[in-house]
Unconditional design. Structure first.
Length: 399
């Protein structure tokens, strides 16, 4: 049995503008000591999935409306809030995206760390303080005894993130969820924080879910990767396998949209055209179909299930033999994945039912707009037919 088992998780947000279908049947497993990377564009459901695991969805809008979340066999979705509060921090901890908004600005680091420790352990104030000093020293904070008295704004961004890592690991949790732990940090500080996180979790055998949009981060840290799009897992597999042999068009697009050290000189980056779908109006078929160069007619009608790349293979969800699976009706061939585009002779992406899908570059853009000119102390006095007919500036005006 895996440490964490998520099955067919569905999360929705009920808003004044309609229901947002944020997570749509996500399943994942995490073993003890394993690092799972969750990657995808902003808004694909990475953070919401893990907020649901922690039962920290914003209420009343956010709701788990389907599926199961089991931690060591315990169904977290049905756990009373008092028991869930005991489990958070002690067994499952989370590092949030922005430490400045996660740390209380009016409490010292000592007050926040000591409170966290004493909330879950029956220790005296002095013992909790000694543990806090030990943790700050462990994450590389100089003069930890003195820095305990500091407030969050006294620390740099990298130091605040180190404090968050120390607080998350204070009770030696079995599972650590790191949600974009290097956001807004410069490259050298990113490397230090990631190395620290990897070393500390490896030493303690802590399982990690690493949420990021940076493929370079998961390449060096994760054992397995789940690629998410529009609330679905569209590809999953071992990190080495997924980078060497991506099989979903979205994964291929992600890999071709970032610079590579082994790229040939002058080789262009290939962006993914279009934008993700509006999750208030989820599509009927594959959510990636409007942006996909490999789409078939079936892609507009039905969303494929996550299936092994090798049809009929036994599915293993965790460990070094985890099965490479994709949700795609028409996976790119290996040579197409390397090129970043379809190479089959005569292949044309299927248009949507009842119409022709146009690329963003082909959309008509109005070239003229009405322009109303206002004069000081008065109303509109001149309406010009287009921006190309703007009046000349007065003589001597240097603008």
């Amino acid at each position: 049995m895996a440490l964490l088992e998520v099955r067919d998780l569905v999360v929705q947000f009920h808003t004044h503008d309609g229901t947002v279908h944020a997570v749509n049947g996500v399943s994942l497993d995490v073993e003890e000591g394993e690092t799972l990377g969750l990657v995808g564009e902003s808004g694909c459901g990475k953070s919401v999935t893990n907020l649901a695991v922690m039962r920290l969805l914003p209420r009343p809008a956010g709701r788990i409306v389907g599926g199961q979340v089991r931690f060591e066999g315990i169904d977290l979705a049905g756990l009373p809030e008092s028991q869930m509060r005991e489990l958070r921090g002690r067994d499952i901890a989370m590092i949030f995206q922005d430490p400045m908004t996660s740390l209380n600005p009016v409490l010292t680091i000592e007050e926040q760390m000591v409170e966290t420790i004493r909330a879950h352990r029956d220790v005296r104030q002095a013992e909790a303080r000694e543990r806090a000093i030990e943790l700050l020293r462990m994450v590389g904070i100089p003069r930890p005894e003195a820095r305990l008295k500091s407030f969050p704004h006294h620390f740099s961004g990298g130091m605040r993130q180190r404090v968050m890592i120390a607080m998350a690991l204070a009770l030696e949790p079995k599972l650590l969820i790191a949600d974009e732990p290097t956001t807004a940090l410069d490259v050298t500080i990113q490397a230090q924080v990631l190395e620290l996180l990897q070393r500390l979790t490896t030493e303690r055998g802590t399982a990690v879910i690493l949420i990021t949009h940076d493929l370079g981060v998961v390449a060096g840290m994760a054992h397995r990767i789940n690629v998410m799009y529009a609330g679905f897992v569209v590809e999953t597999g071992l990190t080495t396998e997924l980078f060497a042999h991506p099989r979903h068009p979205y994964t291929v697009g992600l890999l071709h949209s970032i610079p590579r050290l082994d790229a040939e000189e002058g080789e262009p980056l290939i962006p993914i055209e279009g934008t993700p779908p509006d999750l208030r109006r989820p599509p009927v078929g594959c959510p990636f179909a409007p942006r996909c160069a490999w789409r078939l007619p079936a892609c507009w009608e039905d969303n494929p299930a996550l299936e092994p790349v090798l049809r009929g293979a036994t599915v293993e969800t965790t460990g070094p033999r985890a099965t490479h699976r994709i949700a795609c009706w028409n996976p790119p061939l290996p040579q197409e994945a390397a090129a970043g585009r379809p190479l089959r002779e005569g292949f044309v992406p299927a248009p949507p039912p009842g119409g022709t899908l146009r690329a963003p570059s082909e959309l008509e853009v109005p070239v003229e707009e009405d322009l109303v000119v206002f004069e000081p102390g008065g109303g509109p006095v001149t309406a010009l037919p287009g921006a190309h007919e703007l009046p000349e500036p007065p003589a001597g005006d240097g603008r």
